[in-house]
Write a protein that binds this ligand. Sequence first.
Ligand SMILES: NC(=O)c1ccc[n+]([C@@H]2O[C@H](COP(=O)([O-])OP(=O)(O)OC[C@H]3O[C@@H](n4cnc5c(N)ncnc54)[C@H](O)[C@@H]3O)[C@@H](O)[C@H]2O)c1
Length: 323
Amino acid sequence: MSKILVTGGAGFIGAHLVKELLARGDEVVIVDDFNNRYDPKLKEARVSELLPDFPTDVLIREDVSDAEAMAKVFANHKFDAVVHLAAWAAVQRSIDEPLTYSNANINGTIVMLEEARKHNVKNFVFASSSSVYGGREEMPLSETDDVSKPISPYAATKVAGEALCATWNYLYDLPISAVRFFTVYGPWGRPEMALFKFTEAIEEGRTIEMRGSETKRDFTFIDDIVQGLLGAIDNPPAGYEIYNLGNQDAVPLPRFIKAIEAALDKKATITDVPLPPGDVPQTLADISKAKERLGYKPTTSIEEGVKKFVSWYQDWYLPNFRK
Ligand SMILES: NC(=O)c1ccc[n+]([C@@H]2O[C@H](COP(=O)([O-])OP(=O)(O)OC[C@H]3O[C@@H](n4cnc5c(N)ncnc54)[C@H](O)[C@@H]3O)[C@@H](O)[C@H]2O)c1
């Protein structure tokens, strides 16, 4: 049994991860500030529904960039591993509020790395993103590719986070895995993500905006991401390593929309709009490194995963959240 700090544990990926960690007998402390980037009621609901018995004294409602508050957390607990997921996600909003993003994503990461090295933590996992690859056109995207040209402030904060991880590993020998998630989706997902917005709009009979009919995304189902994260937690590297966690299937938007239509049994009305600045045209992960070193093995097709999301949306979200 390990004692694991999960920052962002009330978030989409975090809550699913904590559920699995508890199920296998690990002890978990959560730090999450329940900020209002999207409806905090959904974060509260993830905790009450996915983690119903989670003890309130280790559900710490603080900001990861608050150095004093984080020093207290590390003084009160001896962690075997830190999984740092807390961040402001979403590309478009980062263009409007770059400073909010840099504070949470860059300063917050420095605070966590500092506390981890001061307390001699032997295992640090950092949530990075496929967005670090920027507008790169050659596919698949591999961990050794250049990431020096991010195209949104959000992506730039993730490139910075990785650079900080490399630095803390160099200075203090802190073992760190940076995991680059590729468009994660599934039940309890974030309301501003395409799957959520498209499902809502189709269900309500509104027109959906298809941002670039040529756009392709390597959508990765939440259960597969959690399996990859557990692999990273269980296999701390000797130094600093980066892993792509994708599904190795570049899904064109029309196929994605078809999967939602099939799951809802309802036709979409679609209008084509150009890809907005900041959004990357395509992603496709080379996952051979994570397969080999972490035992990562994604198994969920977009059609199956969308069906599971839509079932959750109809059975839980609509009855509880529809205004
Ligand atoms: N979902 C994806 O497709 C995806 C893709 C690539 C990378 N990521 C990264 O994975 C991580 C988790 O993403 P998610 O989709 O679960 O997003 P999310 O927004 O649902 O979860 C993030 C959680 O962190 C918390 N948080 C944010 N800033 C904080 C701060 N300063 N202090 C304390 N808590 C804070 C939020 O309240 C939220 O509960 C993020 O780092 C994100 O950038 C996600």
